[in-house]
Design a protein around this ligand. Structure first.
Ligand code: SAH
Ligand code: SF4
Ligand code: F3S
Length: 420
């Protein structure tokens, strides 16, 4: 099983793996002896899409030369993006969209590849979370599927469909089940978790967090991703006041220029964003934040790029996922014919990566001498144990068991990791 893309895809892959294990399958150690390879795909940027085509080429080679019995199964976001190309140019034994996981598993189990493609149009079914056997103390729980925001650069609403919220009782049962299994950290997943419940009425995201907080006893709760337009004061208060919630928020800014934000269809301004961060930090100075940024969107000017860079300097994100704009066929920006100048995008990306690197190093160095709680995840490479703090920082601690929460003081930095 190969997985590309975001955490939702990783969670989907875990479900598919679980469905296949229930049907008697095991992980293959070597592709040359495997019966089936499942590729769970991403198309958010051209680079991600091209990687899948390269892998399909590689598996064609394996099939022709080494393992003729190998079946190639494709799922994920590419299945709804460029279906014609997939069906015409590649020999894929089964194509199943993100809605058809159970059918995919049944087809593989019954060795029935003749149907070729499985596309369901509605009715997404949320599945129980599968624990990663290598890291069973941490779990992901999907609370929404799909997205209705249609940010103009983004293909996700087109390939994942409209937003569907999972019923709250179902989420609570899932959280209870995972706590009983000994899970120590649960991340709630959705493309825009703040919109939770708007499609089914009733419970809002903050209410859900309050219910989850009452359900847990000592476990840590994280969530992603938040959209700044819906990041309310009530949500900021909940993040700070609810005992189970970790003190870190990922809040994608995308751009620091109001003209570009408006072209992106993000529904907030630079000033709105600063006000929201201001409130969080008025309650908790140095509140740790991370973000996503796209540079070179449409006809972004040098001055507009500088406005984004200045936001990074002002806000001092601990971490940022930085991209240059990649045009996606089917997105609103592509339909409107907004320009995409990848060469300029690449230049600006190199500059902003260098800037963020030094800002990240600066903010990490502020942590030296401070005390933090760390959930131990695994053995560290050069001795000791490694895990993440509540603030989402990687920390090496001298000792402890996987799953322990330990309180330590950071003494030094190695790369992006704190050493306690
Ligand atoms: N739902 C989440 C994540 C969406 S994809 C959110 O709203 O934040 C993750 C990130 O990929 C986005 O935040 C954005 O920064 C980036 N991205 C999306 N489409 C892109 C595109 N066409 N080109 C470059 N980056 C893109
Ligand atoms: Fe894409 Fe915007 Fe939805 Fe995120 S909120 S998935 S960026 S459309
Ligand atoms: Fe990629 Fe689909 Fe996630 S396009 S980023 S895997 S929702």
């Amino acid at each position: 099983m190969e997985t590309y893309g975001c955490q939702m895809n990783k969670a989907d892959s875990a479900s598919i793996r679980g469905l296949l294990i229930e049907r008697g399958f095991t992980d293959a150690e070597d592709i040359t002896k495997a019966d089936v390879v499942i590729i769970n795909t991403c198309v958010v940027r051209e680079h991600a899409e091209n990687r899948v085509y390269a892998r399909l080429g590689y598996f064609r080679h394996i099939k022709e030369r080494i393992n003729p019995a190998l079946k190639v199964v494709l799922t994920g976001c590419l299945t709804r993006f460029n279906r014609a190309k997939l069906e015409e140019e590649y020999e894929i034994d089964l194509i199943a969209d993100v809605y058809s996981q159970a059918e995919l598993a049944d087809c593989i189990a019954n060795d029935s590849y003749a149907t070729q493609s499985l596309y369901r149009t509605t009715n997404y079914k949320f599945k129980p979370s599968e624990l990663d056997p290598d890291n069973p103390i941490r779990a992901y729980v999907s609370i929404t599927h799909g997205c209705d925001n249609w940010c103009s650069y983004c293909i996700v609403p087109a390939v994942r469909g409209t937003m569907i919220s999972r019923p709250a009782d179902d989420i609570i049962d899932e959280v209870k089940r995972l706590c009983d299994l000994g899970v120590k950290e649960i991340t709630l997943l959705g493309q825009n978790v703040n919109s939770y419940g708007t499609d089914i009425g009733g419970m809002k995201f903050v209410d859900l967090l309050e219910r989850i907080d009452k359900t847990t006893s000592g476990q840590w709760i994280r969530f992603m991703t938040s959209h700044p337009k819906d990041f309310s004061k009530t949500l900021a208060d909940a993040v700070i006041d609810l005992q189970s919630l970790c003190g870190h928020v990922h809040l994608p800014l995308q751009s620091g220029s109001n003209r570009i934000l408006s072209l992106m269809g993000r529904s907030y301004s630079r000033e709105d964003y600063l006000e929201k961060i201001g409130y969080l930090r008025s309650r908790k100075p140095d509140f740790p934040l991370s973000t996503d940024i796209i540079v070179g969107f449409a006809d972004e000017t040098d001055a507009e790029y500088e406005e984004t860079a200045s936001m990074l300097r002002t806000i001092r994100f601990e971490d940022a996922y930085l991209y240059h704009y990649s045009e996606r066929k089917g997105s609103r920006a592509a339909e409107k014919g907004l320009p995409c100048d990848e060469a300029t995008g690449r230049e600006r990306l190199a500059k902003i990566i260098a800037l963020q690197r030094s800002l990240s190093a600066d903010s990490l160095s502020q942590c030296i001498g401070t005390t933090m709680s760390v959930l131990i995840e695994s053995k560290a490479r050069d001795g000791g144990m490694i895990g993440r703090s509540r603030e989402n920082r990687m920390v090496v601690v001298p000792e402890g068991k996987i799953g322990d929460i330990v309180t330590v003081t950071a003494k030094e930095i190695k790369g992006h990791t704190l050493i306690a």
